[in-house]
Design a protein around this ligand. Sequence first.
Ligand SMILES: Nc1nc2c(c(=O)[nH]1)N[C@@H](CN(C=O)c1ccc(C(=O)N[C@@H](CCC(=O)O)C(=O)O)cc1)CN2
Length: 279
Amino acid sequence: MTQIIDGKKISQEIKDELREQVAEQKKLGKEAALAVIQVGTDPASSVYVNNKKKACAYIGIGSLSYELPEETTEEELLALVEKLNGDASVNGILVQLPLPAQIDADKVIRAIAPEKDVDGFHPENVGKLVIGEPGFVSCTPAGIIQLLKRSGIKMEGKHCVIIGRSNIVGKPMALLMLRENATVTIAHSKTQNLPELCKTADILIVAIGKPQFITADYIKEGAVVIDVGIHRDENNKLCGDVRYDEVAPHTSAITPVPGGVGPMTIAMLMHNCVESMLQ
Ligand SMILES: Nc1nc2c(c(=O)[nH]1)N[C@@H](CN(C=O)c1ccc(C(=O)N[C@@H](CCC(=O)O)C(=O)O)cc1)CN2
């Protein structure tokens, strides 16, 4: 029987735990506040930003909203980040990605004070992950680890193939899987014999960015499949990188899209905001 990994339910469990933790901290006079910056009006980004603000309200974290016009310059955005770095009432700073073409996202990420970098994208936090020191971890890969742990799926000794090598998902995912004692392979656009390689995976994590790319031909019978992709199909229905209906019967566990990895990204952002408050 295939286990459907319910990201909505697990993310709600995490948010409920955080809500209790925040309530306890409030009694001790501690407050958390997240600054949420969006540049432009990309509809998907607006949905994610609104969901982040809603999650803050649910958990009891304050949120400060900065909605900047599409034509905002890099200097203007850097000046805002600098101001928020120096604001003691702000624990976390989030700059929603992607940014418009005139702004260098890497430069902006580096400008965020590492102790307020609740997205876990700053090189200092990435470096801490590499050497196994505590620091903020990128929310999507951290959420996937929680999905697996809370679904009772063992990672130790398993062969985990990750398709995608982005700084935000693929690379931190590989480091987190290593931390869990999995044997890790990262595949990417230049990898040869991808279906054969994927067929050796006990755990297959797909962040390839191509709608419904992964078919049953890529799956070892009984593997665990985690789908990081979010796209709209020809009927405007949400779908992932995995052809779910075809793949699911061959797996022991799989994440759906929507309702799998996506909600965990926001739950782990909230987790990082609470950690930031406790520092
Ligand atoms: N600063 C950041 N920018 C971006 C990040 C990030 O972690 N930090 N990740 C993505 C977008 N993202 C969060 O920002 C995100 C994507 C998807 C979901 C989600 O809950 N998806 C739902 C479907 C939602 C829908 O209706 O479209 C699901 O999969 O069930 C949450 C957050 C890029 N930018």
